[in-house]
Design a binder for this molecule. Structure first.
Ligand code: ADP
Length: 779
């Protein structure tokens, strides 16, 4: 049986369209709309081919079935270009346009049906109105041309729009392919629709080729870079040309040799020599041409040269930040890219990824990125250890399920490509992010190879720098520990000397007076005044001894959190009164003026009255001791309602004394810490600068903590000449927390992270002082 060309082409069409539908349908579930529309498009091609094949092979003889298959083929053929417009729209993601387009397409289809079946004499009426439509067939052809034109215009418009919206190289590459598809299908459309005689079968073949081409573009997310393909073709062409020339030369030489009648005269001998020579030269020749072309046409990487340049440029002294910055700088210059970031993974060992930027150039404020270990992006970088582009994240199905915040964070970087920093082929230690290349050119395979080499080196260097940094940190910590240890050791020595002094002095007094009592004559024993003097001495000494021992005891209890406090509503004005009462003598002895302000307005505070008297007593006593004679000491108070749920009271003890150096603001609250040397030590609770055992402020801090409060000092400097003064702030919550555990740690804070000298406090104090002075003058 002979088979006509038309029939053969149609049969090939049936096979090819059928074969194209299969992979498209298999992909349908993952890539959605575009492939669904594409399947429809291919199905129309299949219908067209089946219809034409049956007719061309003469399988149906009767007119009825013939008409049916003819009709089927026409439907397929005419609807195909229309649906191609829809494929383009859905491929490029024009959702809204797509609905409109389907609507117009349906109208055209209905019109087509109405015309071909002459519904309501539509075809006849059109004939009468417009004689150019010579018959129904012509009408239908015109309609098909209109539909095809609409589809082509829509496709070109949509592509133009997409080109403007997506400047990224990979998108544009895919669009360029699509443009190629449009060109091929347009050519096929012109041939088929204009029914150019004798060209029907090539038209059908071209259409089939175009359909295959767009199917490939829809199904493959990474069609090879078109420009690269073009340069490869040129390359192949040039190699062929060069080799042909060489061969031509060789053959000619063989011919000439034959003519010159060289010895041996047998031309076969010379041909064999030539063949062997060209066989030997050929591989070298191919290699040489390829290399030359690579260098001039495509550009090539020389790994050792890159690494050499890198090691010359990046010279970091093992400073991690400097290294990252220099490495990034090098890469950006090397790639001629304007923006990039290096992130390090500060993963917590749970497999999650926390990316912290360590070097950034030209990228919009990259913050810290958090990713779960199962994140598709992270999994790709970790397992495949190959770069990934923003385009991949946008289009590849495996990234569709990615967490929205992660996607947004990545998109916010405006990056083009993400490179994992892999350490020793295993662990991902960070990510290199690069912005787009100038002119949105793509990262070519040779760029990627170059970057791969560089990133492995950078990962290694960064790891070394990190270890080096860690070593430095350990060293520094060791140094700190050493100095802490020395301080501690010094403290221990100081403690021994202070404690022995603190205990020995009153003991010596007691011992002295007791000896005097024992050695007293009978006469002296009868002298009431003498006896009183001795007993007073003993009482004073033992009371001082008791105070010191009590203080040590209290501080050690405060340390253990076992300070016993019986909490009742306390009036702080009374507390301050009681505390001042015991210091009256000292105040008088030193000639200090005491001003108390604003305490009566304070709310009752839930606390241990005795302990609070103790705390304020210590603060007052210190103010007395560290202020030169005739100073002014103020105790003021106010309510803090920053947190209305949890109001607090602040007591401020201000003096006009020698002040505290800011570097000691925290340390004076430590046990046994005193500013200056041990020699300043004095057992007197009154003497100027007469430092005690260095436990007073430690106990104040312990008491504040037990109340859920805090204490700190504010003072501009330590200066015995100018006497800048100090302010001790004691904060107590109005409602005490139930357990000590609820109390905020630590009780001692620095003024730096709390408040500073308050102008209103100072104003209040100055007013008070002025008022007192006025009163005195009047008296
Ligand atoms: P001490 O028993 O030595 O007074 P504290 O714990 O009460 O111990 O105080 C620790 C150190 O803090 C003191 O030695 C002193 O140097 C410094 N200090 C305390 N209060 C004041 C103050 N009002 N003015 C200046 N320095 C002070």
């Amino acid at each position: 049986m002979t088979i006509s060309l038309d029939a053969l082409v149609s049969l090939i069409g049936v096979g090819c369209y059928g074969a194209l539908i299969v992979p498209t349908l298999l992909r349908r579930r993952i890539t959605e709309k575009a492939t669904l529309t594409l399947s429809f498009y291919l199905a129309l091609g299949l219908i067209w081919s089946i219809g034409s094949a049956i007719i061309a092979m003469g399988l149906v003889a009767e007119t009825g079935p013939r008409l049916f298959f003819d009709w089927l083929a026409t439907i397929g053929r005419n609807a195909m270009p229309l649906v191609f417009g829809a494929v383009t729209l859905s491929f490029l993601g024009h959702k809204k346009m797509l609905y409109w387009y389907w609507g117009v397409g349906l109208l055209i289809f209905l019109l087509w049906g109405a015309l071909s079946f002459n519904f309501y004499y539509l075809s006849d009426r059109l004939l009468a109105a417009w004689p150019l439509t010579a018959n129904t067939h012509t009408q239908l052809t015109y309609l098909a041309i209109i539909a095809w034109g609409l589809a082509t215009v829509t496709a070109v418009w949509a592509l133009y729009w997409a080109f403007k919206k997506y400047p990224q190289a990979q998108y544009r590459n895919r669009f360029l392919y699509w443009f190629g598809g449009i060109l091929i299908l347009t050519l096929a459309g012109i041939i088929i629709l204009l029914q150019i005689p004798h060209f029907q079968w090539p038209g059908t073949v071209i259409n089939l080729f175009g359909a295959g081409f767009i199917t490939y573009v829809v199904l493959s997310f990474h069609p090879p870079e078109l420009k690269l393909v073009a340069s490869r073709i040129i390359q192949a062409f040039i190699i062929t040309l060069v080799l042909s020339l060489v061969m031509f030369g060789l053959l000619n030489t063989a011919y000439l040799i034959n003519q010159w009648r060289l010895y041996p005269p047998n031309p076969l001998f010379w041909l064999i020599i030539m063949a062997a020579g060209s066989g030997f030269l050929l591989p070298y020749l191919v290699h040489l041409t390829e290399q030359l072309l690579n260098r001039f046409l495509i550009g090539q990487t020389d790994e050792s040269a890159v690494l050499k340049a890198y090691s010359q440029d990046v010279n970091s002294d093992w400073d991690f930040t400097k290294l990252s910055r220099q490495a990034l700088d090098f890469i950006l210059k090397d790639m001629m890219v304007d923006s990039g970031v290096i992130f390090v993974d500060e993963g917590d060992g749970t497999g999650h990824v926390t990316l912290r930027p360590v070097a950034e150039i030209g990228m919009p404020q990259p913050g810290i990125g958090y990713f779960s270990g199962g994140d598709a992006w992270v999994t790709h970088l970790r397992q495949k250890q190959t770069p990934i582009t923003q385009y991949d994240l946008d289009v590849l199905p495996q990234f569709r399920e990615m967490d929205d915040t992660s996607k947004k964070w990545l998109a916010g970087l405006n990056a083009d490509i993400f490179f994992p920093l892999i350490l020793r082929r295993k662990q991902m230690v960070g990510v290199l992010v690069l912005g787009p290349k100038p002119g949105n050119k793509p990262y070519l395979p040779q760029d990627l190879a170059r970057l791969q080499t560089l990133t492995s080196q950078i990962a290694l260097d960064m790891d070394k720098a990190r270890l080096f940094g860690q070593l430095g940190a350990v060293n520094q910590r060791l140094g700190e520990l050493n100095s802490e240890f020395q301080t501690f050791d010094q403290g221990k020595t100081d403690f021994l000397s202070i404690a022995s002094h603190e205990l020995r002095t009153p003991l010596t007094h007691i011992h002295g007076y007791a000896s005097m009592l024992i050695e007293a004559s009978e006469e002296e024993m009868k002298d009431q005044a003498y006896l009183e003097y001795i007993l007073n001495g003993i009482a004073k000494g033992s009371s001082r001894l008791k105070d010191v021992v009590d203080l040590v005891f209290d501080v050690s209890k405060a340390d253990l959190g076992e300070l016993e406090i019986i909490k009742t509503p306390v009036n702080l004005a009374d507390v301050v009164d009681e505390a001042t009462e015991s210091q009256k003598a000292a105040l008088e002895e030193r000639g200090h003026r005491l001003i108390i302000a604003g305490l009566n307005r304070l709310p009752l505070v839930e606390g241990g009255a005795k302990r609070l008297v103790q705390a304020i007593g210590h603060l007052l006593n210190n103010a007395i001791k560290y202020t030169p004679d005739g100073g002014t000491i103020t105790i003021s108070g106010r309510t803090l309602t920053d947190d209305p749920e949890n109001p607090k009271v602040e007591i401020i003890v201000t003096d006009t004394g020698i002040g505290v150096d800011p570097k000691d603001h925290l340390r004076i609250f430590q046990k046994f810490f005193r500013v200056g040397s041990v020699n300043n030590h004095s057992t007197s609770p009154v003497k100027f600068k007469g430092a005690g055992p260095g436990l007073g402020l430690s106990l104040v801090a312990g008491i504040a903590k037990a109340h859920g409060g805090e204490v700190w000092v504010e003072s501009p400097e330590y200066n015995e000449e100018t006497c800048p003064g100090s302010q001790f702030h004691l904060i107590l919550p109005v409602k005490s927390p139930q357990t000590e555990k609820e109390t905020p740690e630590p009780a001692v804070t620095t003024s730096a992270n709390t408040r500073h000298w308050r102008s209103d406090d100072m104003k209040l104090i100055k007013e008070k002082v002025a008022a007192e002075e006025k009163k005195k003058k009047l008296e």
